[in-house]
Design a protein around this ligand. Structure first.
Ligand code: NAD
Ligand code: UDP
Length: 315
């Protein structure tokens, strides 16, 4: 299904900018809405000259002035990395609450398809493994991470209530750790941290024991999943992630092997309330979207390392 005009909130971000590029490539006119609070510099370079692309420098916690018609709204605007949301606790809660309400208002008024970029963090420190969409989660509601986890849980509740009460065509994507070229070097997330440390010869800072696990999904796979969900008519929630689970220590070792770096691995303090295991069950996405991730961690980490290495030479 090809949309005529899509609004992408958070469209200047790591995932959002790639989503904008893919939408334009499939023939959709795109309006990106972003306040640039955490946007990686240059993320929109590939699309900014496209006459079908429009950029609105705007905070989504205020009503969003996008002229219609609009037939798809992708709501991605939110601080996303732990460093970003721990630095911006109240802005993160507002992006998930008022920001989601404003993005939903466009979809309701325009009878547009709405896709919420939710997160595996709604499962918190999961007691069920791997995580299925039916699992309700294990979240500390007052800890530091709650500003993100609970904002996304509220956003899911808001999308669901709006669907029930106003008939808005909503969908919820629960995105698991997504990485790839285009991430900010300094956003604090594991992959850009390890890759930039390895490339500069600095020690790789593994937090805690390193036995905690994550399942890494390559950017293009996540974006393909978001587009498949938008086209499907399915309400979700649907997990979008790569079920290949690795320990954080293994990921650090893989980055060292791929970059040929002689950096050491050092262990530093664990992050508070850090989820111990995280792995998606993607049976639902396979069944209702026909979606499956294509890029292995080895290949994706190589592409990411190549991108950061080329940038280091360029700067
Ligand atoms: P990102 O920080 O690169 O992108 C988020 C974008 O939202 C940024 O460009 C930022 O400037 C913008 N933004 C933040 N608050 C805003 C506001 N109030 N008004 C307008 N714009 C605002 O992060 P990302 O990794 O691209 O994440 C995109 C979305 O996907 C987020 O909603 C995130 O929660 C979700 N997500 C990402 C991952 C991941 O691993 N990358 C995993 C789960 C969920
Ligand atoms: N992590 C790490 N070193 C870093 C950054 C992160 O060991 O420099 C760990 C972090 O403690 C967590 C995992 O890597 O266990 C993933 O963290 P990230 O910030 O990428 O995302 P999260 O999954 O926590 O949202």
């Amino acid at each position: 299904m090809v949309f005529s005009h899509a609004v992408v909130t958070g469209g200047a971000g790591f995932v959002g900018a790639r989503l904008c590029a893919k939408l334009l490539a499939q023939g959709t006119r795109v309006t990106a809405v972003d306040n640039f609070s955490t946007a990686p510099p240059g993320a929109l370079d590939p699309v900014i000259e496209d006459p079908r692309f429009r950029l609105l420098d705007h905070d989504v916690t205020k009503p969003i002035p996008v002229p219609g018609p609009v037939d798809a709204v992708f709501h991605l605007a939110s601080p996303a990395s732990p460093r970003a949301y721990l630095d911006r606790p109240l802005a993160t809660l507002r992006a998930g609450s008022a920001g989601t309400e404003n993005a939903l208002s466009i979809a309701t008024a325009q009878h547009a398809r709405f896709v919420l970029a939710s997160t595996s963090e709604v499962y918190g420190d999961p007691l069920e493994h791997p995580q299925r969409e039916s699992y309700w989660g294990n979240v500390n509601p007052i800890g530091p991470r709650s500003v993100y986890d609970e904002a996304k849980r509220y956003a899911e509740a808001l999308a669901s209530a709006t669907r029930r009460s106003k008939g808005t065509d909503t969908a919820i994507a629960r995105i698991f750790n997504t990485y790839g070229p285009g991430m900010r070097a300094d956003d604090g997330r594991m992959v850009p941290a390890f890759v930039t440390q390895a490339l500069s010869g600095a020690p790789l800072t593994v937090e805690g024991s390193g036995r905690q696990t994550r399942s890494l999904c390559y950017l293009d796979d996540t974006v393909a999943g978001l587009l498949a969900l938008a086209a499907s008519g399915h309400p979700g929630p649907v997990n979008l992630g790569n079920p290949h689970e690795l320990s954080v220590r293994e990921i650090a070792e893989q980055v060292l092997a791929i970059t040929g770096s002689r950096s050491r691995i050092v262990h530093v303090a664990a992050a508070e309330d850090d989820p111990r295991r995280r792995c998606p069950d993607i049976s639902l996405a396979r069944r209702v979207l026909g979606w499956t991730p294509r890029v292995s961690a080895g290949e994706g980490l190589r592409r990411t390392a190549d991108w950061f290495a080329a940038r280091r030479v360029a700067v």
